[in-house]
Design a protein around this ligand. Structure first.
Ligand SMILES: Cc1cc2nc3c(=O)[nH]c(=O)nc-3n(C[C@H](O)[C@H](O)[C@H](O)COP(=O)(O)O)c2cc1C
Length: 322
């Protein structure tokens, strides 16, 4: 599972950095993968309101956001929005990243496409301010809530601290490490208890991509799904994307990967093969299931629909049997 941290403070060794780093360390101790995006790196363009994402479904900019952040937002199980309070809101650095969430908002609310993982991803706020007013975090929380909804995450609270001003002062806040430990236990641990299933096919462009997406959509609370191919294609198949869009599911930002890189992320409990059984790695103690499915590469949309529906039925049965 992946915990993605969006770091919004420009102050090095500051309070937000401490909070986020400790959260990540604790998550890693539990067995999660973590990744931090520094929103203050200056590599993310401001949204210019051109409307291109609403017309074409994708942002026009080719920058860190498009190349790295959108795919990570789609891969993450938990998204942490970490920011000091600046004038009752997030820092402008983080707000730049948040505004670019408009491209994912468009896919969800203009194109009516759901990221398969929307129902199971969580959004959490880590925030710190110098003053003590009751409404100190209202602006951050409201912005976070709307951002999380746009990128397909369910807002689930977080940790906020008042009256912390000097650099690093949070480190001596009474019980801080315990608070973080408890929050990781509440947010991260349930994801680590899911069955890890690797769906494998030849190119990781159609069948295993569909199976993994259905597993996330139908049973993302019980299954950690990932996929790979014995001979991965350059890109996922456009006919497959169309067939999944007909079901309302969005396959944007997905890239074929090899079975080996799938397995290097997590050791699966179960491997489901579909057309690459003999090339699949043997991992002792891992259950192997083979689904007999025709390869839809190069076939018509009608053919793809039949394979898609068969995969959906099989994923339902698999999830039921867990
Ligand atoms: C430009 C700026 C604006 C700030 N605005 C607020 C504010 O509106 N309310 C508040 O309580 N603290 C405000 N602060 C204080 C910071 O939130 C506080 O010092 C925090 O601990 C900084 O965290 P960091 O070390 O992670 O950057 C502001 C600080 C700066 C530099």
């Amino acid at each position: 599972m992946l915990v993605l941290g969006l770091q919004g403070s420009p102050r090095k060794k500051g309070n937000t950095e401490f909070l986020l780093n400790e959260f990540m360390k604790e998550s890693e101790k539990k067995g999660a993968q973590t990744h931090i995006i520094d929103a203050c790196g200056g590599n993310i363009n401001h949204c210019i309101g051109c409307g291109s994402c609403e017309k074409k479904g994708f942002c026009i900019f080719d920058d860190e956001m498009s190349r790295e952040v959108y795919p990570l937002l789609r891969r993450a199980d938990v998204i942490l929005l970490a920011t000091p309070v600046y004038f009752y809101n997030t820092t402008s650095h983080l707000k730049t990243l948040i505004d670019r969430g408009q491209a994912l908002w468009s896919r969800r609310y203009k194109y009516l496409l759901e990221d398969p993982y929307n129902n199971h991803r969580k959004g959490v706020v880590l925030s710190i301010g110098a003053t003590k007013g009751e409404n100190l975090f209202d602006g951050v929380n409201l912005t976070a809530k709307y951002f999380f909804d746009a990128v397909g995450a369910i807002f689930d609270g977080g940790l906020t601290y008042r009256r912390i001003e000097e650099r690093g002062a949070i480190a001596s806040y009474p019980g801080i490490l315990n608070d973080i430990k408890n929050e990781v236990e509440r947010i991260v641990t349930p994801y680590l208890k899911r069955k890890k299933i690797l769906f494998a096919c030849r190119e990781n462009a159609c069948r295993s991509q569909m199976a993994s997406a259905f597993a996330q959509y139908i049973a993302g609370d019980r299954i950690e799904a990932f996929s790979g191919g014995s001979s991965p294609a350059e890109n996922i198949n456009p006919v497959m994307i169309e067939a999944m869009n007909e079901k309302g599911l969005d396959m944007a930002y997905k890239k074929p990967q090899s079975i080996d890189s799938g397995v290097s992320q997590v050791t699966p409990d179960i491997i489901v093969t579909m057309g690459c059984s003999e090339e699949c790695p043997f991992i002792p103690g891992v259950e192997k299931i083979d689904w007999q499915l025709p390869d839809p590469a190069g076939e018509s949309l009608e053919f793809m629909r039949n394979v898609r529906d068969e995969i959906e039925r099989k994923v339902f049965d698999l999830a039921d049997g867990l």
